[in-house]
Design a protein around this ligand. Sequence first.
Ligand code: NAP
Length: 263
Amino acid sequence: MEVREFVAKRKLELKEEVSSLSRKPKLVIIQVNDDPASDAYIRGKLKDGAEIGADCVLDKMDPSTSEETLLSRIEEYNQDPAVDGLIVQLPLPKHISEDKVKLAVSPKKDVDGFHPLGKQNPCTPKGIIEYLDAEGFSFVGKNAVVIGRSNIVGKPMAKMLLAKHCNVTQLHSRTSKEDMAFYLAHADLIVVAVGRLGLIDNTFTFKKDAFIVDVGTNRGEDGKLHGDCVPSLPVKLQTPVPGGVGLLTRLALMENLLEVTHK
Ligand code: NAP
């Protein structure tokens, strides 16, 4: 099933779940930047929330807000029993510590899955695993290659695949092209989370029944959004960009919101 179709179906299920609750789940998004990409991500989250019947609100703070003021605003929401989920949209201004902010959000309300003590998984790998499950990828004993080792995608992705009993190999900027070619040729699943347009192309060989999940988002010279992989690689499944992992990430956020909501 196409990612779009899968996400639409799951959203209807979430909407039904929300309608059976005694009150709407409430998500607060704090934004402390004037970044147009963040504006677009936030619009998407608010739209998804409205679609499933959740109450999602944006608290936009001035980018000059001090770290102390932001941390005390976070604490107010942590203490507010009417708020189920809390997000602080990244990036933050340079004078605010991202680590401090991530740790300040209560793990009970951390729908982004960033807090080390939180129970929720980060949204991008969570959405990917859910889609692969739905597509019948069998995980156990399969060779999974994750390219990229960031804290929000690559590392949690590798950890979650290991928990599903894949044989996980993690590649990064210090991996040679020869080694990358070797690992890709043996992979049943390839998750590419780098941010380099065209990094994975037809010069590599793949198993013909491999699954490729393209996380990368790159603005091409044509002004359009592209993944890290060239389209139509000779494999069983390749997620498109746009219309792929971005939608799965947004879906997983709504799922995390429902999971943290007191029912
Ligand atoms: P990041 O923090 O910049 O990490 C990129 C990773 O790629 C690093 O681990 C880096 O290795 C590795 N890398 C860089 N050049 C490489 C190369 N030539 N070969 C192999 N590995 C290389 O990025 P991120 O936050 O994980 O995001 C990755 C991409 O996914 C970006 O395009 C981002 O926009 C996109 N993204 C999309 C979504 C979505 O919902 N669609 C969500 C999150 C991210 P080192 O560690 O050695 O530097």
